[in-house]
Design a protein around this ligand. Structure first.
Ligand code: 3SL
Length: 236
């Protein structure tokens, strides 16, 4: 029986052998939620990159939009920040365009997960799509939580618990202590996800930057049930 494991931070990735496994990279607030929203809004593909300079260069090379964030704020000189509403509010037409994205943690976690057999982007927004993909693969799944600058993040781990619960009928979700812990957190959180995650450090950080609207949007479960960003060559 394949298993679900949760890697609490990209700093722990050296302890995980991703070869032969499916990596589900998650940064609920907000990188992976924004990537899912971008593709749901008609963006053709996403180039997730670690460095701002690379993001800028891809914009020039491919004529694509650029989106960048550092420390929760939109980085200067880019078309978009890291709010999912950048793809929804219609200020900048995004349909039919590609986007290069660089964020503090999410795109870094993704780039560090490429040894996996398949790398997909997970968020509450596309939980069903991730579940269905995992079932179809019949491989061990590792949820890679982007965290915050190497540290544990509540919201990414709670997502891991939600995915483990969905998969528990056909996946082993009880062999890894981190999966057991994530399931416990999800059990605590699921009746009032919004209220539970108000205690998260990154929620407090975002709220101080007036991104409360983003927080609420990123917690919508299965808003985009058929959107599955999957890594191919150099893009999602
Ligand atoms: O760190 C990241 O990748 C971002 O998602 C952080 S923020 O939500 O844009 O502040």
């Amino acid at each position: 029986m394949p298993s679900v494991d949760i890697c609490f931070s990209p700093e722990l990735l050296p302890l995980y052998d991703l070869r032969g496994r499916v990596a589900v990279v998650v940064d609920i607030l907000r990188a992976t939620s924004s990537i899912v929203t971008a593709l749901a809004s008609g963006v053709t593909h996403v180039f997730p990159v670690a460095e701002l300079a690379e993001c800028q260069a891809l914009g020039e090379q491919h004529g694509c939009l650029t989106a960048a964030e550092r420390d929760g704020r939109a980085a200067e000189g880019f078309d978009l920040g890291n709010s999912p509403f950048g793809y929804l509010d219609g200020v900048l037409p995004v349909r039919g365009r590609a986007v290069a994205i660089s964020t503090t943690n999410g795109t870094q976690a993704l780039r560090r997960s490429l040894a996996a057999d398949a790398v997909v982007v997970g968020a509450f927004l596309n939980l069903q799509a991730v579940e269905e993909f995992a079932r179809a693969q019949h491989k061990d799944v590792v949820v890679v939580c982007a965290g915050w600058k190497g540290k544990f993040c509540l919201e990414d781990t709670v997502f891991g618990g939600a995915l483990a619960e969905r998969l528990c009928d056909t996946f082993d979700v009880s062999s890894s202590d981190s999966t057991i812990a994530a399931l416990h957190l999800w059990q605590q959180a699921k009746a009032d996800l919004h209220g539970y995650l108000l205690q998260s450090a990154h929620v407090r950080r975002l709220n101080s930057l007036e991104a409360n609207k983003d927080f609420e949007f990123c917690l919508r479960v299965d808003e985009y049930p058929a959107v599955l960003p999957i890594w191919k060559e150099d893009r999602l």
